[in-house]
Structure formats: structure tokens, C-alpha cells
Design a protein around this ligand. Structure first.
Ligand SMILES: O=C(O)CCC(=O)C(=O)O
Length: 190
């Protein structure tokens, strides 16, 4: 786990998917339609998340997760003591230089466990405690899964700094195209 600590409530699982699964997931995503509504491209599955309103509205249902996401969603449910089967997935594409700003995932929209699968490239993720401002950096390697619940989900923001290079074990590592899949369970449509 990079020899680094994580905020309480976060779990890092290296090599959660195989190289073959990683390739197949990337192919399935690239067959879909990437949206350019944000600086980075995204695809939404299950429910559309409204970034401006910061909510999942009642007309946001897009349909069941596609088959190729459902088996992963079921695997994640097995990790999840709450029994939720994730029904909402956002794919984010980060080209070198792109990131995501510090945020806590919408609390009323999604249940406690949020899981993010990294594909194709790694990156640094920075967690910051909302009260103390303590921060913790973690390198997310390709094919790893990061699960956030408890304090990591509610009391720490997470962000991916917008940069082209990360420092990994003291060495500069250029980023490549990274795609992540973030799995959530919708609590209620408001
Ligand atoms: O790319 C990631 O691993 C994190 C994505 C994320 O934080 C989000 O979609 O809210």
C-alpha cells in the first residue's frame, strides 16, 4: 500500500482487477459516449449526477448498470458490510495535467461506501481533514481499488491535483491517461 497511511475508514486494495479486466473495462468505456460537460470527460451509469445542483434528481435514472459493470458492483457489495449494491457509477477520464478538486461526495445522495477503481495509469490522491486540515497523500496505482467509508467518506475531502507528474518513492512519474470508475449507491432521489 505504498508504505503510506490512509485516513481512517479508507481501504486500499492493490490489483483489484487483472490486466485483462482493465483492458476490457477501458474498451467498454471507449465504446460509450464520453461527455465533455466538465474539464475532464465523464460518463454516468445508473443515475445521472447533477454537478451544478449537487444532487441526484428524481428524473436522473438512466437504467440498470450495464452487464460489464454489474459484476464489479456485486463484487463491491461483498466487501460492503452494509449490503448496498452500488447502482451508480461515474467514469472519469484524466489526461496528464487534469485532476479533480477537493470534495466530499454528496452526503444525502449516496450511501456510506464509495469505491473508486483506477485504470490505465496511477495518480496521487490527497485527503484533507475538514476540521484539522491534516493531509494525507496516497498513490493510487492502476488496477487498485480505494474504498472510502466512515471518516474518510464524511470527514476528509479527497482530490487529485491537476498535474502531469507525481513523485512516487522519491522519483518523478509522468502520468498517462487514467480512467477511474467510482461506484456509489443512491440513497434517495430528491
Ligand atoms: O478518480 C478518482 O479516483 C476519484 C473520482 C472522484 O472523486 C469522484 O468522481 O467524485
Amino acid at each position: 500500500m505504498n508504505g503510506r497511511m490512509l485516513p481512517p475508514g479508507a481501504v486500499y486494495l492493490p490489483l483489484f482487477v487483472s490486466q485483462k479486466e482493465e483492458r476490457e473495462l477501458a474498451v467498454s468505456l471507449d465504446r460509450g459516449e464520453w461527455s465533455s460537460e466538465l474539464k475532464r470527460r465523464v460518463q454516468h451509469f445508473g443515475y445521472r449526477y447533477d454537478y451544478r445542483a449537487r444532487m441526484v434528481t428524481d428524473d436522473a435514472y438512466l437504467g440498470k448498470l450495464p452487464e460489464w459493470l454489474r459484476s464489479l458492483s456485486e463484487r463491491l457489495a461483498e466487501l460492503n458490510g452494509h449490503g448496498d449494491v452500488p447502482d451508480q457509477v461515474i467514469a472519469n477520464e484524466y489526461l496528464p495535467g487534469q485532476g479533480i478538486s477537493a470534495h466530499v461526495d454528496c452526503v444525502p445522495c449516496f450511501s456510506e461506501q464509495i469505491a473508486s477503481l483506477s485504470l490505465l495509469s496511477g495518480c496521487e490522491m490527497v485527503f484533507r481533514n475538514v476540521k484539522s486540515q491534516e493531509n494525507i497523500s496516497v498513490i493510487l496505482e492502476p488496477r487498485s481499488l480505494l474504498v472510502m467509508s466512515g471518516a474518510a467518506r464524511y470527514e476528509w475531502t479527497h482530490e487529485i491535483p491537476s498535474r502531469r507528474t507525481d513523485i512516487v518513492a522519491g522519483e518523478k512519474r509522468p502520468r498517462e491517461r487514467r480512467v477511474s470508475l467510482t461506484f456509489r449507491t443512491v440513497v434517495r432521489a430528491v
